[in-house]
Write a new protein. Structure first.
Length: 277
């Protein structure tokens, strides 16, 4: 009798393991989810090449975490943002956007393959000054609407992206040498501070002399930004981990709703998300 029970138990455990293994995506597998709203449904592909973000998003979806949360921040020609747990049942007029799940996710930039074209799904995060590693929120996300750009705007954007990258690296170096800077300030050594600044600028120029081409968009990207639209100024700064493959018009409908101060829609826009098996 014991042998029979053990055999049955092992069979059940093996079956459960097989089911779990089948449901869990492989390291590089894309997964499709469906996001439903009163304005329509979007099918969203989660990239296998951003596995940490994909797996975290899937975990929350399967828990039902996102169901009945709001798109709490909507900015026309920019993006629609949701995923704040505090938005479920939130009273009208309540400021939202600070809710989280108590953890962040390491950045997973796969640029220039994945970028902020219209329909891109990306992770929200805190700003660089408090989050220099650009770690993503554990739950909040946004979907890009953006706008179509001209050739002149794209050229200016490329210039700005390079400048932003240099600025970000500059502050990173400053943080690395903060003890040295503090010592010079305490000594009121202005000449030393000036020399150090010149040294940091020279280091920046040396580091970026072979990197400028990384901030020039490919012809394909330029064509997408001109014909489909997007927000290229966010590229390489926020993790893009999926894209809307069906239902782009739903983004436009949500982005067109009337909003209150703080960019919260005056009428709640609820979501439900499920994995498409």
């Amino acid at each position: 009798m014991k042998r029979v029970l053990i055999s049955i138990t092992l069979t059940i455990l093996m079956s459960m393991a097989s089911i779990n293994a089948a449901e869990k995506p492989s390291n590089n597998k894309d997964v499709m989810v469906e996001l439903s709203t009163e304005f329509g449904t979007m099918k969203i592909l989660l990239y296998g090449e951003t596995p940490k973000h994909r797996d975290n998003f899937l975990k929350l979806v399967e828990q039902g975490f996102y169901n009945d949360l709001l798109f709490h921040r909507v900015i026309k020609d920019f993006m629609i943002q949701g995923g704040d747990p505090d938005s479920k049942g939130a009273a009208q007029g309540k400021q939202l956007g600070a809710g989280d799940v108590g953890y962040t996710i390491p950045a997973e930039f796969v640029y220039p393959k994945y970028y902020h074209k219209k329909g891109a799904l990306a992770a929200a995060r805190q700003g660089d000054q408090v989050n220099p590693e650009k770690r993503s929120s554990g739950c909040q996300f946004y979907i890009v609407q953006g706008k179509k750009l001209t050739d002149a705007e794209i050229k200016q954007m490329e210039y700005n992206l390079l400048g932003q990258a240099k600025e970000s690296r500059f502050y990173e170096i400053v943080r690395e040498r903060s003890a040295e800077i503090q010592k010079l300030r305490m000594e009121k050594n202005q000449a030393g501070l000036n020399n150090l600044q010149s040294e940091i600028v020279a280091q920046l120029e040396d580091e970026f002399k072979d990197k400028a081409s990384q901030y020039v968009m490919s012809d394909e990207m330029k064509e997408v930004y001109k014909t489909v639209g997007g927000t290229p100024f966010l590229d390489n700064a926020y993790t893009v981990f999926g894209e809307v493959v069906e239902g782009l018009e739903v983004i436009d409908k949500i982005a067109a709703v009337e909003t209150a101060p703080g960019d919260r829609p005056k009428s709640d826009v609820k979501m439900k998300i499920k994995v498409i098996k």
